[in-house]
Each structure stands twice: as structure tokens, then as C-alpha cells.
Ligand binder design. Structure first.
Ligand code: SAH
Length: 400
């Protein structure tokens, strides 16, 4: 069990905001950059709860302080404590949304329960895998609130909750020395959960991120609808989510490709778990190299690379990467073939991504039509006041 300290101190420290910097807070944007703060913050601890005031001393908001570019992540725009009751109210609200969306049923036991700013909890991600909640903190304030978060989950989920695993060592600054582990119950891994009826082994301890890329659920489901009788290449497959959906829906053959041996092992285990072995092969290779000269013809190709650009300065290079990868696929796919192509780089917006795919089609010299425009699912909501929360975009294109 982890021992973590609490954040609900009785007297919140107050910080004054420069006069010309209050607008974004009044528009309910959840981030306050360090340059907006007029008060001295040198004595503040990372993760402290602070109240923000305007120059006239009027309340603006309160949230978690952290030394760095984003100095405060706002949790409340109304006065009141950031305590156990606050977390319980926010998390109950978030869980209710997922229930309303039909994402917590016997055929679907995987969903994102809390999506940071999209659920008014900046810095907090909670993924749910058939009774196990995996908590990932992106701010020190959230990490220090893990006890409250755990209590809120227990209260809200009741008997539906088996265990809570806290996994923030990869997502917090090193100065924190975050410890990963169970904060409630425990559960053997891999743990089997379901996505639209497909069984998936989830390992939050050894796997990437919280164990699974939940954000592609509806896009994987859509791929299923195109897959009957088709030969599919799923590149950047991780644990094989797109492959499983294609096979469940009658694909004649699926090839799953990833550069990571570990990812391919996960894919193979999932294929076996669902009894799809006879229509599946896997390949350990660099996707960019492999796509240059495909050894076979495919009816469907999935391109779901990791974020090529994490920062604005890398955007140009990322665009070149997306263009090259997509041009290879468009050039070589069978006539009438379908490509599911994605970008999860937040700094590449929808229109830039679409233009990049159009440029790839021009370079490949084939006729391309856009059939569907894809995005992140409803359990990854985007706050209207925080458009930066939009990150996943994709296209389904047909190459004639
Ligand atoms: N489509 C997956 C998620 C993809 S995550 C799903 O539905 O779950 C991105 C994956 O790309 C990771 O598994 C990573 O190992 C793999 N990867 C990263 N660089 C790669 C490369 N150059 N070639 C092939 N795979 C790569």
C-alpha cells in the first residue's frame, strides 16, 4: 500500500493574478501560466492547493500549484474546499457520464473514467478495466490527492471496484520519486476485460501507459464493419486492438506489426485468448521501413503511429513523417482498398492532418476519397473552455 499525504489544508494560500491575465480564468480555461502570477511563489510547495485572486482581491478560482510553466491547474471556479467531498462529487459525475454512454456493461468493461480537463480534473486520468481502476497523475497535486481519489472511487463504484492501482512514476517530474502500486485491493495481471465483446488481456504494471489505448475503441469498432472477408495490415498494433476487431468481424487474414517485441507478445496473447490464431500473423519491424516496400497486397491498412510531434517545434518533421507513411500505404493498397489513418499529436490539428493526407494522396498519384472523419470517443471529452484537449484525429479513406 502507498502512503500519500493529503492536500486539503484548512487555509489555502492565495495568489494574485496580474490584471491583464485574468481574462482566460474568467473564460474558465483551466491552466494558469507562471507569468500570470503577481505573487511570490518561491516558498510554495509543489502540489499545494492555492486560491487565485484578482488585483482587487476578488476570488477567481482555486487549484493545484506546481513549479513550472503551468503554475496552477484550476479545479474550482466557485469558492469551496478541494477536499474528499469535492473529489467524490467530480468522480461520481464522471462515472455517471460513462454509465449514460453505455460504456460500463457486461460486453464492454473498459473505459476511461476520468479524462483530465475534460472532466474538470486537470492532471488526473483514471482508466477502468473490468473492476480495476488505474490512476495516472500528471500533476503533483493530483498525486498528493490519491487517497481522496481512492475514497471517491470506492464510494462511487461500490461493489463494481476490485482494486485501484496508482501509476504515475512515468508521468510526474523526477523530483517527486512517485511510487507505483495498489492503493486499494489487488488484482493479478494480466486481467481480462472486454471491448465491444472482444476479450483483452490488460497489464497495467508492465504495459505502456495504463495498459491499453482505450481512445481507439470506437474506431476499432468501426474497422470491424469494413473487415468481413478482407485482408488487413494493422501497423503500430500495440496489443492488437484493431486486429481483434477485424478478426471478430470476419477478416480473412490479419497481419499485426509493431517494432516492439513486447507489444507483439501482447498481441499474440490476445489473438490466442479469442481463438483467432488461424487467421493471424504478427511481424516485428519498423513500420516506416516495412511500408516502403510491402511484400503483400492488402484490402485494409491501419496506420496508428505514436505521437510524431510532442511539441510545436517538432511539428514540421512530424508532418513529413505522416505524409511519407500515408503515401506508402496509398501507393500500395489494392484498388478499392481502405486506409484507417490517425494522428494523436496534439500539435497537429484536424485541418493540418487532413491536408497532410491529401498531400500524401497527390504524391502517391492515386484517387482518394474521404469516407469518415474520426476523433477521440465520448469518454475522452473535451472541455469547451480547453480546446487543447482535442488530440486524436483520423480518416477512413478509400483508394480507387
Ligand atoms: N493501435 C494501437 C495503439 C498504438 S500505440 C491500439 O489500438 O492499441 C503505438 C505503438 O507503436 C506502440 O505499440 C509502439 O511500440 C509502436 N511503435 C512505435 N514506433 C514504431 C515504429 N517505428 N514501427 C512500428 N511500431 C512502432
Amino acid at each position: 500500500m502507498l502512503l500519500l499525504c493529503e492536500t486539503d489544508r484548512p487555509h489555502l494560500k492565495t495568489l494574485n493574478i496580474h490584471r491583464q491575465k485574468t481574462d482566460s480564468i474568467l473564460r474558465k480555461h483551466p491552466w494558469v501560466f507562471s507569468g500570470a502570477i503577481a505573487s511570490d511563489t518561491s516558498q510554495l510547495d509543489d502540489g499545494e492547493c492555492v486560491t487565485l485572486l484578482d488585483k482587487a482581491g476578488q476570488f477567481l478560482a482555486s487549484g493545484h500549484f506546481q513549479h513550472g510553466t503551468i503554475a496552477v491547474r484550476i479545479l474550482r471556479f466557485t469558492e469551496g474546499p478541494i477536499d474528499a467531498a469535492f473529489f467524490t462529487a467530480c468522480i461520481s459525475n464522471a462515472v455517471q457520464l460513462r454509465k449514460d454512454l453505455g460504456l460500463m456493461t457486461s460486453e464492454n468493461t473498459i473505459c476511461r473514467l476520468v479524462h483530465g480537463e475534460g472532466d474538470q480534473l486537470p492532471g488526473l486520468i483514471i482508466d477502468f478495466y473490468n473492476g480495476v481502476a488505474v490512476v495516472q497523475c500528471h500533476s503533483i497535486g493530483m498525486y498528493r490527492s490519491v487517497n481522496h481519489i481512492a475514497e471517491a472511487l470506492k464510494y462511487t463504484l461500490g461493489n463494481d471496484l476490485i482494486a485501484i492501482y496508482s501509476k504515475s512514476s512515468d508521468t510526474l517530474p523526477e523530483r517527486i520519486e512517485a511510487v507505483d502500486g495498489y492503493v486499494f485491493g489487488s488484482c493479478e495481471t494480466p486481467h481480462i476485460a472486454k471491448e465491444h465483446g472482444v476479450q483483452i488481456n490488460i497489464d497495467w504494471i508492465k504495459g505502456q501507459k495504463t495498459g491499453f489505448f482505450i481512445d481507439q475503441r470506437e474506431n476499432r469498432h468501426l474497422l470491424g464493419k469494413y473487415s468481413n472477408g478482407k485482408k488487413v495490415l494493422n501497423t503500430f498494433c500495440y496489443s492488437g486492438g484493431f486486429s481483434l476487431s477485424a478478426l471478430q468481424n470476419g477478416a480473412s487474414l490479419v497481419h499485426s506489426l509493431d517494432s516492439s517485441r513486447k507489444a507483439i507478445d501482447l498481441t499474440n496473447d490476445n489473438i490466442e485468448l479469442n481463438g483467432f490464431n488461424d487467421r493471424h500473423d504478427s511481424i516485428v519491424a519498423d513500420a516506416m521501413e516495412y511500408m516502403k516496400d510491402l511484400k503483400e497486397e492488402y484490402d485494409i491498412i491501419v496506420l496508428d503511429p505514436p505521437a510524431f510531434a510532442k511539441h510545436r517545434e517538432k511539428r514540421h518533421k512530424a508532418i513529413q513523417g505522416y505524409k511519407r507513411l500515408n503515401a506508402h500505404a496509398i501507393r500500395q493498397i489494392r484498388p478499392g482498398g481502405i486506409i484507417f489513418t490517425f494522428s494523436c499529436s496534439q500539435v497537429v490539428d484536424k485541418s493540418l492532418f487532413n491536408n497532410t493526407i491529401i498531400a500524401a494522396a497527390i504524391e502517391a498519384g492515386r484517387k482518394v476519397r474521404i469516407l469518415e472523419q474520426l476523433h477521440q470517443p465520448a469518454d475522452h471529452p473535451i472541455s469547451a473552455f480547453h480546446p487543447e484537449g482535442e488530440y486524436l484525429k483520423g480518416l477512413v479513406i478509400r483508394v480507387d
